[in-house]
Design a protein around this ligand. Structure first.
Ligand SMILES: Nc1ncnc2c1ncn2[C@@H]1O[C@H](COP(=O)(O)OP(=O)(O)O)[C@@H](O)[C@H]1O
Ligand SMILES: O=P(O)(O)OC[C@H]1O[C@](O)(COP(=O)(O)O)[C@@H](O)[C@@H]1O
Ligand SMILES: [Mg+2]
Length: 530
């Protein structure tokens, strides 16, 4: 790989590239730091593309570099399949049928009938285009470039859906579903559709693992038998029928428990951490030569999973956040010198705050983890608040929970999953605002709203409900097709399967240089706070 890297074309050398552009191009904060790109938030493009040369083993002077890139991409996005280990596993015709009749006739006593004429199957070679914009210059807003000239290179990922041939006999399947991490609107919708689709394939043995990965190994917790009857109405309420948890047993213990219970299909609903666990479970099953399909459905209200248009629950969260913002606005607007502070979720990414601010049109200041800010000083948030009080009489701030952590004392505490416990930036802003106005001798009525758990506990809205339905169904199709160590997502409005490591290599973040963030700034009218 290293041998392929040569010198870069001279015309690139002097141009700086912003760090957020690099992140968008797949450079993790660690890679950026190792290239000296951390403190200045700016990099020499020469250095960056040299890094691309090395990391991708590409030489852009080679006329075939893009073919090589494409081949490498195909390899990375190739889906692990049970035939990788069980070479002689033979498929059977799918038992999934889209045209059904009521199974009253004894002809159908064994389950759902199959219609010979039309099944609506996906061809295994179907692909979805991952990137749909052909950027003509690296300077074009949002440009994601592979080479210095931003050459168009097609990047295809595998289309999700039912295949004509399946690798599991439904009567031999014991399927398990587990939901991990924090709550997220839509979990019940996904569970429901996994169960319904499994039954349509003819699976009769379905179990829910209670309280996340913990439920695999805790003696006090027994599995919950699932059927269409059990899940019929669960989408009408928020939360998870199965319960969730953080932390829990190690991978080896989980796989021991799967072996003991005879589980050969595992559906894992969770975020980055859960997916890291799912991938480790998949690898452990391979190591033990177990014929198991492990399929993930990304669950993160924070929307911080790579490569997908969005994750389920995000739309609902943004919609629900409007209520909190509207209340804060009314409180602030009705008070003399009223200031509302609303904290929204987003441990490391500000998608909910940005979208909620944009949707509401009632926010004057939006603060997210990706964009540093100071509270004090001539360009600080407090000075701007004073300006807003002077000119408008009231103001509303929307802050993502992971924003401004550098301004709060660190505790170094972590939760059971190892996630850092954040300081409460909302409380901090409220206190600092009160102190600031008191010192100025200007009255200010500061109200703080933290709707976090009210938002997370909501049932999914209509658009998330549909997304959950499609994701749940596709997870089952993926497992029956024999894939394992994969996850499913929406990509340019189509549905695709991804190898798990590709979507969790780092959390997806708002690009401060993106048009969406600039739209948000246009809406709030806020200045830079640094
Ligand atoms: N790197 C990892 N490898 C294996 N399991 C993990 C890993 N990170 C987290 N987990 C497990 O995944 C579950 C959920 O993780 P958590 O970070 O709380 O939520 P999320 O999946 O939403 O990111 C926990 O039970 C945790 O123990
Ligand atoms: O209070 P909890 O359960 O630890 O959850 C808080 C976390 O949940 C989230 O909403 C989502 O986190 P996960 O995706 O890890 O579940 C984060 O934004 C937030 O930090
Ligand atoms: Mg997480």
């Amino acid at each position: 790989m290293e041998a392929l890297s040569h010198t870069i074309t001279p015309k690139l050398t002097p141009t700086p590239v912003k760090n957020d552009v690099l992140r968008r191009n797949g450079f993790t904060p660690a890679i950026l730091r190792s290239n000296g790109c951390y403190s200045t938030r700016i990099c020499r493009r020469s250095r960056v593309f040299a890094k691309i040369h090395r990391s991708k083993g590409l030489d852009f002077n080679d006329p075939d570099w893009n073919l090589k890139f494409q081949r490498d991409f195909e390899d990375r996005f190739d889906l692990p399949h049970i035939t990788d280990i069980f070479k002689d596993a033979t498929p059977i015709p799918s038992t999934f049928c889209l045209r059904m009749r009521t199974p009253v006739n004894e002809e159908f006593a064994d389950g759902y009938p199959s219609d010979e004429k039309w099944h609506g199957y996906i061809n295994n070679k179907d692909r979805v285009l991952l990137k749909v914009i052909n950027y003509s210059s690296p300077n074009s807003a949002g440009a994601e470039c592979i080479d210095p000239d931003c050459t168009w290179v097609e990047q295809w990922v595998h289309r999700a859906g039912p295949r004509e041939e399946i690798y599991f006999r439904p009567e031999e399947v014991k399927a398990a579903i587990v939901t991990c991490g924090g709550l997220c609107p839509g979990l019940n919708d996904v569970i429901r559709h996994i169960v319904i689709t499994l039954e349509i394939y003819g699976v009769k043995n379905i179990v829910g693992i209670p309280f996340g990965y913990r439920g695999f190994c805790s003696k006090d917790l027994s599995g919950m038998p699932l059927s269409r009857k059990v899940v019929q109405n669960i989408h009408l309420s928020g939360g998870s029928l199965l319960g969730v948890s953080r932390g829990g047993p190690g991978v080896s213990e989980i796989v021991d428990s799967m072996e003991e219970r005879g589980i050969n299909m595992l559906f894992v609903l969770g975020g980055n951490g859960t997916h890291a666990g799912a991938n480790a479970i998949h690898n452990e099953c391979r190591k033990r030569r177990m014929k198991v399909a492990v399929v993930g459905v990304p669950k993160t209200i924070d929307n911080d999973i790579l490569l997908m248009d969005k994750t389920f629950g995000f739309d609902t969260a943004v919609e629900e956040a409007q209520r909190a913002i509207n209340s804060a606005y009314i409180e602030a607007h009705s008070a003399y010198h009223g200031i509302g502070v609303v904290k929204l979720m987003g441990r490391s990414s500000g998608f909910i705050a940005m979208h909620a601010a944009l949707a509401s049109g009632q926010i004057d200041i939006c603060l997210i983890p990706e964009v540093p800010f100071s509270l004090h000083g001539p360009h600080g948030v407090l000075r701007h608040l004073k300006y807003l009080i002077d000119t408008k009489g009231s103001a509303v701030i929307c802050v993502a929970e992971g924003a401004g952590q550098n301004l709060i004392e660190k505790t170094n505490a972590t939760d059971a999953s190892g996630n850092i416990v954040l300081g409460d930036v909302g409380v901090h802003i409220q206190q600092e605002t009160k102190k600031y106005f008191k010192k100025l001798g200007v009255p200010a009525d500061v109200k703080y709203i933290d709707p976090t758990y009210m938002i997370r506990a909501c049932r999914a809205n209509a658009s998330d409900g549909i997304l959950c339905t499609v994701l749940g169904q596709n997870a089952v199709h993926g497992a029956f097709a024999g894939f394992s160590g994969i996850t499913v997502g929406i990509c340019n409005t189509h549905y695709a399967y991804f190898p798990i490591p590709e979507v969790i290599s780092y959390p997806r973040a708002v690009d401060p240089n993106s048009r969406m963030w600039h739209r948000c700034l246009t809406s709030t009218g806020q200045p830079d706070f640094v």
